[in-house]
Design a protein around this ligand. Sequence first.
Ligand code: C2E
Ligand code: CA
Ligand code: CA
Ligand code: CA
Length: 277
Amino acid sequence: HAKEVRGRACTYADRRDVNSIERLRLLGDLGRAVERGELFVRYQPQVDPRTGVVAGVEALVRWHHPELGAVGPDRFIPLAEQSGLVAGVTAVVLDRALADAARWRAEGHRPTVSVNLSARLLTDHDLPSMVAEGLRRHRVEASALVLEVTETGIVSDAERAGSVVRRLRALGCGVAVDDYGTGQCSLTYLTDLEVDELKIDRSFVTGMTGDRARAVIVRSTIQMARELGLRVVAEGVADAATLQVLATLGCHLAQGEHVGDPMSADAVTDLLRSRGG
Ligand code: C2E
Ligand code: CA
Ligand code: CA
Ligand code: CA
């Protein structure tokens, strides 16, 4: 029996080693990935739950690694944050997202385009000028762009993050609180009305139709957001029943598997042609 336990412990240790070797490898390759164009962007549609109109898309970064294949953001964004490469990754995503936003606008569609900002970047004073420069280069109006930040990012260095957020909003961009409800609970940024949008985390939304506590949380969050004049987005909408309830509750936008998985810019174009926005 003891032997068995030791065997299992050993396997676990090996797996940890493999993980850290892989982490080092990804870290080493990431700088090159940014330069060689191995990063690309997928867009997840956000629809008005009452009409189905595509009113927004969220840009989600992907890495096509030459040997390892597809690597998801959960695996390399944390590494990019630790190594200072996250500004470069964000520059790529922002540039791509604004180029695609310009293309959709040229066709007469006006979806908002949301880009994720890591907490690390919220204290980077160069960020607002990078955003302003991108908007100018692609001739996209600032109100087309929504920057998603997490509560943890806002709270961890509130003073510096506040100044970056204010400058982004002064440009005319929207700022969204991502994963709302999962971060450190400080509602100061809501009382100061320094954000434009709340994204209710999918852990509350998925399965809310069969769970009283989740349903209460989602309903009251939507009501609070609406009364504060914020746009409210429900993430993780995975079935028709949830979409229906969100429509009844007055949720502005729904995003998730049931609405549409992350897709190419061309697939978004097709969707915009058939479902407006
Ligand atoms: P997030 O910002 O919360 O993005 C939503 C994630 O949930 C996406 O995963 C999306 O594919 C997934 N998702 C959407 N609908 C559903 C659903 O109905 N069920 C489930 N189970 N999942 C759903 P993805 O693309 O793997 O991104 C993971 C995280 O990586 C993102 O979470 C975000 O925090 C981060 N990320 C992605 N792109 C970027 C980026 O360009 N910059 C930064 N800093 N972070 C990014
Ligand atoms: Ca997000
Ligand atoms: Ca989220
Ligand atoms: Ca998340």
